[in-house]
Structures are given as C-alpha cells and as structure tokens.
Design a protein around this ligand. Structure first.
Ligand code: MN
Length: 285
C-alpha cells in the first residue's frame, strides 16, 4: 500500500496517479485523552486498519494526485533520527571540503552514532523549505527514510526489518557551520518526508534501492542504498541499543555524496526506486 496525507490531515490511499480519501479509518483509532501518548497513533494502528483501507478506497472518488497538497506521510513521530556520514563517498567529500566540515573532525558513523532532529522541523512535499539564514550555506541531503511500525527495543539486525511500517523519501536539510548537527538540522521545514509511505510488505527489501536528487533539473546526488555503511537493519539495531523506538519514529538513513547549496527559488526533485518522486520548492524564510 501507498499511504499519503493531504490537505488538512486527510488520509489517502495512492493508486497510480490518483488518491482515494480513506480518512474515515481514523474513526477506528482508540480515543486518547491528555496527556497523549508519544508516537503516531495511525502508524501504530496500521496492522489493524490495513484490511479496512481498500474497502474505504473502493467507495471513494479517485482524485488526481496533481490536485492535492501532500503533507508528511507521518504526522507525529516521537523521534526523527539522523545517520551522519553513512556513505563512504560522502564521508570523503566532507573531509576534503572546509565549507562542509568547518574544521570539525568528521568521524565515521560507527564511532559517533546517531543524532536527533526536532520533530517540529517536519513538513511534506507540497510545503516549501524556507531558508532561515540566507547568508549561510544551506545544503540538500536526499535519504531513504524508514518509518518504524511497532514499539521495539534492543532489536537484533536479524529482527530489525520486522519493526518497519514502511519507507518514504526524506530530505535532511542542513545549515553548514560549527554548531551541533541537531541545531543545524532542526529548523522549521528542514525535514521533508514524502511523497507517501510505501508499506514494508509492498516495498520489500530496502537493501539496494537507487536514490537521486536534482536541483532545477541538474542531477546532484545519485547512489544506491547498497552503498550504506550501516544498512537499515544495522541502523535499527544501533538506535535500539540506546533507546526504544515507537510507531511513527523516523530514521533518516544518511545521504550519499553530492550535497550542495540551496537558495530561494530552487526546486528539488527527489526520487527513490520503488517509492516514487517528489518536487519540493525552496523559498525565503
Ligand atoms: Mn543527513
């Protein structure tokens, strides 16, 4: 299944180039009262809701995807986890370029582990990235994004893919500079997820997917997930060796070589094999 969110939190089932409104499935969620549980209630309920969605879709009109405004396919992640320099050629390009490393020693992911991005940075593909510090360099990073489906802790790599609800395209937008990654990557609109979530059963093994990013039609990044230093199971095992993952948590698996600057007016076109493509606008903040 391909599940999207659109307009003002409508839930959609994507079929070809159309979307069917299945928002009525939210009636099946258990009512919550303050203080609300961490995590995404829809993603948590997906195993229960999955049989209902095709039935709701069959009763809904087909809306052309081109006519809807897509928002993030996950509304409420408790954590957005980032994987720093998880492709060998990206590690080499960062170490070689002072504009990227800012005299910081760039360590390998096996040594420095993972970082967190603020969940308030999250938008979908039809919302613009708003450049907040135009006098500084802001870069694009295209990444495979993993959406966790079940609460899990201390997971082995062998069991890790069983915790995944699905996958989408992620953009980990980054201000270059000397500050901690968590600060430079947490600006409002600096995490883009989309265009929809492809469920794990439909996507299959994420181990060798082509991913690419073009800026105004010029190809900047192109790689395969088989080049990841820590693959998806290893990232889930590493994360859960430190903390629980909750339904809706997102792991951005790292970006390949070719990162480069963005300015207001740019349009990003990001593509991942077996997921799809999305175009994201960049505006002044
Ligand atoms: Mn990144």
């Amino acid at each position: 299944m391909r599940l999207c969110q659109f307009q003002n939190r409508r839930i959609g089932l994507v079929q070809g180039d159309t979307v069917r409104d299945v928002t009525a499935c939210l009636e099946e969620l258990r009512p919550q009262r303050y203080p609300y549980a961490h995590g995404d209630a829809l993603i948590a309920a997906l195993p229960r809701l999955a049989p209902l969605l095709p039935q709701l879709a069959a009763q809904a009109a087909a809306i052309p995807l081109a006519q809807v405004q897509l928002t993030s396919p996950v509304a409420n992640p408790s954590k957005i986890i980032g994987a720093p320099v998880n492709y060998r050629r990206h590690l080499e390009e960062v170490r070689a370029d002072p504009a990227l490393h800012h005299r910081q020693q760039i360590e390998e992911i096996q040594r420095i582990g993972l970082f967190l991005k603020a969940t308030s940075s999250l938008i979908g593909p039809d919302q613009p990235i708003r450049i907040r510090h135009p006098q500084r360099r802001t870069d694009h990073e295209v990444e495979l994004a993993v959406i966790i489906g079940t609460e899990c802790d201390r997971v082995s790599p062998q069991d890790a893919l069983g915790c995944v609800a699905g996958y989408c395209i992620g953009l980990d937008i980054t201000v270059r500079g000397p500050e901690e990654r968590s600060l430079r990557k947490s600006l409002d609109t600096y995490t883009v997820l989309g265009p929809w979530m492809v469920t794990a059963d439909e996507l299959g093994d994420p181990a060798d997917l082509a991913l690419s990013l073009a800026v105004d039609g010029e190809l900047r990044q192109s790689a395969r997930t088989s080049e990841l230093l820590l693959d998806v199971p290893a990232l889930i095992a590493l994360a859960t060796s430190f903390y629980r993952l909750l339904p809706g948590d997102v792991i951005l698996t790292g970006t390949p070589a070719g990162v480069g600057p963005l300015v207001a007016g740019n349009h990003l076109r990001a593509t991942i094999e077996r997921i799809g493509s999305m175009t994201v606008a960049v505006t002044a903040g």
